[in-house]
Design a protein around this ligand. Structure first.
Ligand code: BMA
Length: 842
């Protein structure tokens, strides 16, 4: 029974009321506000008009009072089912944010201090036939943290490391401080028998030529009445046509049942095959009745991490079903500042978009939450791998405190138990940047603390995983490996040379530094990075016009306004300007800012990712920081808060993440080196058609270069000097177009000079709209750079967007809304970087 109706919400000043009074079943809550569960306090207040939209302007500051208060939820439910003497009734909260005390019928049944995992209470002796009242008190976070020691290094908020709560709640360099509270996941009351399923964990132990071996670990939970009782367990693995069954009798708590699946259909990432899922069902019965039942989807697959190749060279390469894979994807942050109220659809859409842009891996970053089930279900279904961090980020954590450690231990066990059944999970990772940055902080002389938290990642978590999930690789931190932890010699790396200007390589003990100069932060530095796996790198780009306009107070929608700068939570705003200065030039107005920042991000990621991919398998992964946004801000995201992709997303889709990539490696004045990268499992035999064309459309040089590229390989193809390909034209007035002789791989376009140094002509665009077909047809007289369509709506996806149009070329762009409804083409703006925008406003 799900307890989701009739919830009420009210606040008090901390200590103002006696808890037992408010928790009492007869307490008069008639005049409290109604609240949705699952949800959270802020979203409830917003829905009722009691706070102003925290994402608009500076409104987040206006609702800071919310975190000061003590919040109470109350509801009643009616229970009429009989409870036999051996049965038990459980009340489960899948998520309580965070310092909660729970009362049932006026009795305190327990208290919790961890938002990140579920909490179950045995209420057999408390529940009544008929009316029951649940009351939950949430203490304000300050009440708990005010007595704790200051943590000397804890990014963005000193107190957060004490609280097992989404760390980004306290504000991060891409989101505001909005310290949530509430019942943020479903609540249920369930009757259980004296023997119940505690957990089921199925692993693919082997994939042989004609069969797969699946080991299904069944764990039972027995009360005193069920101790020693014999129960029958039945495990089934099913696909549409066939069922494979195994049975056992258990009188203990754990058993492993082995099932052979002949001719198995394997689970692949969507780019390598089909993510086939079987149904797994487990039933326990005694002679009289079914006691419990469990089901999940099951992908048959093996996943390994190869850390050394046959010649002893270091690698960090995932192998799925024995096949080496280049991990292409992004870092995932919570989908909303108010995670509890966020809709499952938001997850589905973001994962769908990731897949459509050829990503095959998402990293659940350690400053958020162990994601909701829908996230992993969708990754399983859509064939994306998941790098799973444990929720510790950019801080020292007080592992010297036993209570904190008990809480953490309980969290790790519960998180692993809930997530280990998902086939998409590839690797467990202890934390985000704690090992690396602690050493940096100490070497800089800013702190001299021991590495608090170390025992969590190097002792506690691995010892739990050894028992609970030896099937997956454990990596203590990201980044990790080498000298220093962020080195490119081994393990993974976060390249924050670009954007944050970090001076690297450095070694343990070296004083760290930043180079805030055009060269220091430039994305061209990616080409010096021969990391084994790039698990974070990226740069800011503006949100789309629609997303910003809706959230910026009147008169403030201009470049460098106070409100625009408030959207940017990163320190040292000059970094973004330096990046643009180097590539596009400094923007002069908001339109230029949106365009230049998006272009710089898109071209910067293209430069980095194509470089990483050319270096495969020595580099075997590129996960961009970051996929999504939790509010309408300015950040590193590729898709903004309103689910409008930025230019980099379209660059990924058309090019830099495509499994078949014709790529040019070029630096100003240097030869042009052409490569082909093949991420598919079939060899490619084709020709790269290289055309060098002026902006007026004159082809000054053309060559068809035949090549073969082995399956899953990167191949150098040919090189030419600038003089050879320019045929007398100037390098600042040509575009280099790579296309396939036989249409097998997508076109790729390059310029031989930075955008600011190009001599682009003033073009004139023509636009035709077709409402019925949902198309926008665009053509140009001369070379149009970075053609952009703006329609004032959220969630719009274009068949192409932020593209270049060659002289005489015409493109028919299809637009769709993620909800599937018709898009109104009454108001459309089409612009490009070198021509007047066309505005259609009917
Ligand atoms: C890394 C991440 C995040 C941060 C990002 C951008 O440090 O792990 O903590 O938001 O870079 O600075």
């Amino acid at each position: 029974m799900i307890i989701q109706d009739q919830w009420k919400l009210q606040y008090f000043n901390s200590g103002e009321k006696r808890a037992l009074e408010v928790a009492h079943p007869d307490f008069i809550d008639h005049f409290w506000m109604t609240a949705k569960v699952p949800g959270d306090v802020h979203s409830t207040l917003l829905e009722k008009g009691l706070i102003e939209d925290p994402f608009f302007g500076h409104n987040d500051q206006k609702c800071r009072w919310v975190e000061e208060k003590e919040w109470w939820y109350r509801t009643e439910f009616f229970y009429h089912d009989s409870i036999d003497s051996e049965e038990r009734v459980e009340l489960t909260f899948e998520g309580l944010d965070t310092f909660a005390t729970i009362y049932v019928n006026g009795l305190e049944v327990g208290s919790t201090e961890n938002m990140l995992v579920e909490h179950t209470f045995d209420i057999t002796r408390v529940i009544q036939m008929g009316r029951n009242v649940i009351a939950v008190k949430f203490d304000p976070v300050w009440l708990v943290t005010k007595e704790k020691q200051q943590i000397s290094w804890s990014g963005f908020a000193r107190e957060r490391a004490w609280t097992r709560k989404a760390q980004m709640n306290y504000g991060w360099d891409w989101g505001p401080r909005l310290l949530t509270a509430g019942i943020w996941k479903p609540v249920r009351v369930e009757k259980k028998q004296s023997v119940k399923l505690d957990s089921v964990f199925a692993t693919t132990s082997a994939i042989e030529e004609k069969k797969a071996i699946i080991d299904v670990e069944v764990n039972l939970d027995r009360t005193r009445f069920g101790r020693g009782k014999e129960v029958s367990v039945e495990v089934q693995v099913r696909d549409e046509g066939e069922t494979f069954t195994q049975q056992a009798v258990m009188s203990d708590t754990q058993s492993i049942l082995t099932i052979e699946v002949p001719e198995p259909k394997l689970w692949w990432t969507h780019d390598l095959g089909e993510p086939f899922l079987y149904d797994l069902e487990v039933k326990i019965t005694d002679s009289e009745q079914e006691l419990d039942r469990y089901s999940q989807k099951l992908g048959i697959r093996t996943i390994k991490l190869e850390q050394e190749d046959e010649n002893g060279n270091k690698l960090f390469c995932f192998k799925l079903n024995g096949v080496r894979l280049f991990a292409k994807g992004t870092n995932w942050i919570p989908v909303h500042s108010f995670i509890g109220a966020a809709h499952d659809d938001r997850y589905k859409k973001l994962i769908q978009l990731s897949k459509e842009s050829h990503m095959n891996m998402l990293r659940v970053w350690g400053g958020g939450i162990y994601e909701k089930d829908v996230f992993y279900q969708e990754c399983d279904r859509q064939g994306l791998l998941v790098w799973q961090d444990f929720m510790f980020a950019c801080a020292l954590y007080p592992d010297y405190n036993q209570n904190f450690m008990k809480n953490v231990e309980d969290e790790i066990v519960k998180a692993v138990k809930r997530l280990r059944p998902y086939s998409c999970i590839t690797l467990w990772c202890g934390n985000n940047e704690n090992d690396w940055l602690w050493e940096v902080e100490v070497s800089s002389g800013r702190i001299d603390d021991p590495f608090w938290g170390e025992t969590i990642y190097h002792d506690l978590i691995p010892s739990i995983l050894e028992k609970m999930d030896p099937s997956r690789f454990y990596w203590p931190s990201s980044p990790f490996g080498g000298n220093d932890h962020d080195s490119e010699e081994e393990g993974d790396r976060h390249n924050w040379q670009v954007w944050h200007g970090n001076i690297e390589p450095r070694k343990f003990g070296d004083v760290p530094g930043q180079d805030y100069s055009v060269e220091g932060v430039s994305f061209k530095n990616y080409k010096k990075d021969f990391t084994k796996f790039s698990s974070e790198f990226g740069m800011h780009a503006s949100s789309n016009r629609y997303t910003l306009e809706r959230n910026i107070p009147e008169g403030q929608f201009y470049w460098k306004s106070d409100e625009m700068s408030y959207r940017n939570k990163d320190y040292h705003h000059q970094k973004g300007i330096l990046l643009m200065e180097g590539y596009t030039g400094i923007p002069q107005d908001i339109e230029e800012y949106m365009n230049f920042s998006m272009l710089t991000q898109a071209e910067g990621l293209k430069c980095g990712i194509e470089h990483y991919r050319r270096n495969k398998p020595n580099t075997s992964g590129a996960l961009v920081w970051q996929l999504n946004d939790c509010w309408p801000g300015t950040s590193w995201s590729m898709i903004d808060y309103d689910l409008l992709p930025k230019a980099s997303y379209y660059y990924a889709q058309k090019g830099f993440f495509h499994p078949l990539l014709a790529t040019l490696d070029h630096d100003v004045g240097e030869p042009l080196k052409f490569w082909f990268v093949n991420d598919t499992l079939e060899p490619v035999e084709d020709e790269i058609v290289i055309e060098v064309q002026t902006f007026t459309g004159e082809v000054v040089w053309k060559e068809k270069v035949p090549f073969t590229c082995g399956a899953n390989e990167s191949q150098f193809v040919v090189e030419y000097t600038e003089a050879e390909v320019l045929g007398g034209a100037s390098a600042s007035e040509v575009v280099v177009r790579l296309s396939s002789g036989s249409g097998t791989f997508p076109e790729n376009i390059y310029y031989l000079r930075d955008h600011k140094d190009l001599a682009l002509p003033e073009v004139s665009l023509s636009v035709e709209l077709n409402q019925a077909e949902q198309t926008i047809t665009i053509s140009t007289d001369q070379h149009a750079r970075f053609v952009k369509i703006d329609i004032p709506s959220d969630q719009l996806i274009y068949s192409e967007q932020f593209f270049d149009l060659l002289p005489g070329e015409q493109k028919v762009i299809h637009v769709r809304h993620l909800e599937g409804h018709e898009v109104s083409l009454n108001k459309v703006r089409v612009g490009c970087l070198n021509g007047k925008a066309i505005l259609i406003d009917e």
